[in-house]
Design a protein around this ligand. Sequence first.
Ligand SMILES: CC(C)(COP(=O)(O)OP(=O)(O)OC[C@H]1O[C@@H](n2cnc3c(N)ncnc32)[C@H](O)[C@@H]1OP(=O)(O)O)[C@@H](O)C(=O)NCCC(=O)NCCS
Length: 329
Amino acid sequence: MFGFGQLIDILKKDPKKIVFTEGSDPRILEAASRLLAGYFLHPILVGSEEEIAQAAEDAGFNIRGAEIIDPKKYQDMDAMVDMFCELRKSKGVTPDQAREALSQANNFGTMLVKMGLADALLGGATYSTADTVRPALQLIKTKPGNSIVSSCFILVRPSATGENSVLAMGDCAININPTEDQLVEIAGETAKCAKIFGVDPQIAFLSYSTWGSGEGEVVDKMRNAAEKAKAKYPDIPIDGELQFDAAVDPRVARTKCPESTVAGHANTFIFPDISAGNIGYKIAQRLGHFEAYGPILLGLNAPINDLSRGCNASEVYSMAIITAAIANI
Ligand SMILES: CC(C)(COP(=O)(O)OP(=O)(O)OC[C@H]1O[C@@H](n2cnc3c(N)ncnc32)[C@H](O)[C@@H]1OP(=O)(O)O)[C@@H](O)C(=O)NCCC(=O)NCCS
């Protein structure tokens, strides 16, 4: 069963460096001070040294030992500019354009990871998802064998008995309207991520229809994607298209699709598009009282994640651990 202790143990064996692109944000400073006290994940704060020191003092957080890197004073900027131009060669990026882009913390921080100066990155406390994710898509790119970067959320509902409910949902944050083949890839990546959090994935491709009860293009998309996913991942229980009630409620499953081996106890949910996914995980979080961890980016060639702008320091701390620990798996 998922517990942060396991992820921290992974990092204790092999401590990592994580870049925070919004180095002077009080939530980042609080999370950084907690990480520094733990000695398993070393924070690199991007921003002006004076501003960060002042912000830490104002907020009352001890960040002694954190590495602070100011893009304006960065010694190896010429080498970074060269590499940036090389990576964006196909777009004809000039050194001046690269220098301008690298004056921004999101691009600069991503290049620290690309150049191997940091292991992971967490941004998005003030940047939008698009502005955090775009540099990763452009500079880090997809892992070999993957065609897209996607994302999932891990939802955890703690219980008094210690038997937490853990679910995975994808893609709630990146691909706006994935194709059938992209949904298959999203399902495979979400299942891999679910396993890291102790879930034995049982995947439901969700729709407003269960086994042909409704009609429409999106119904066909989800049914076809489920069929393709079954063929591609024969070892994972998969079904679709399923309505959410049939996916999770054994009584409804017995009525709507009695022969399904997944319906009634699915724990890994693939949504037809980002609207359904984003709304779905937030309903689970706000009304179902699940803790939501993510979006966890999947298929990217380095561990980089995006925070919600509404996040608190505790979420920053958790996401930093998740981001860096997954780098080791
Ligand atoms: C992810 C996202 C930001 C990319 O948007 P974008 O930057 O406008 O996308 P573009 O089409 O201009 O692509 C930019 C680059 O990223 C690449 N890219 C875009 N989507 C990609 C994906 N899913 N996987 C891999 N690469 C992708 C493009 O190929 C392009 O690369 P290039 O510059 O080397 O040619 C966009 O899909 C998005 O806004 N998604 C929703 C984000 C959101 O609001 N989520 C809700 C809150 S959590």
